[in-house]
Write a protein that binds this ligand. Sequence first.
Ligand SMILES: Nc1nc2c(c(=O)[nH]1)N=C([C@H](O)[C@H](O)COP(=O)(O)OP(=O)(O)OP(=O)(O)O)CN2
Ligand SMILES: [Zn+2]
Length: 126
Amino acid sequence: MRIYKEFFFEAAHFLPSAPPGHPNSRVHGHSFRARITVDGEPDEETGIIVHFDELEAAVADARAALDHRMLNDVEGLAFPTLERIAMWLWDRLHNRLPGLVEIVVARDSCHEGCVYNGPPMRLAAE
Ligand SMILES: Nc1nc2c(c(=O)[nH]1)N=C([C@H](O)[C@H](O)COP(=O)(O)OP(=O)(O)OP(=O)(O)O)CN2
Ligand SMILES: [Zn+2]
């Protein structure tokens, strides 16, 4: 069973990989939506997988680090694509949220987003 929490943030960025003169190379802003999904079984007594207060606290720190920021200036986000933002959120949240299975980062106004299920599993060294 899975539960999720969504949060929203507004931020500016540019894409350093865009060719000079391309609109993506200039500073511009987006409204972003992020969804954090945790997998688990509800506790026998409480009926809860993870209390939403715990999810709320975990995402509040991440949101504060992104909201109304220049994303290129955030440590680890020099190339602030949806893909990199999803990976950044994973790095920040996975130790704090056991059972984290999916992070979605979307720009709904553009009908586009990224779904990230964490880094590929590493095979044990033989
Ligand atoms: N695979 C990816 N491709 C692109 C990304 C990305 O994160 N991953 N990002 C961009 C730029 O951020 C670009 O600004 C997005 O542009 P676009 O889809 O054209 O949307 P608008 O800037 O027009 O958005 P509005 O908020 O509706 O003005 C490009 N490619
Ligand atoms: Zn953009």
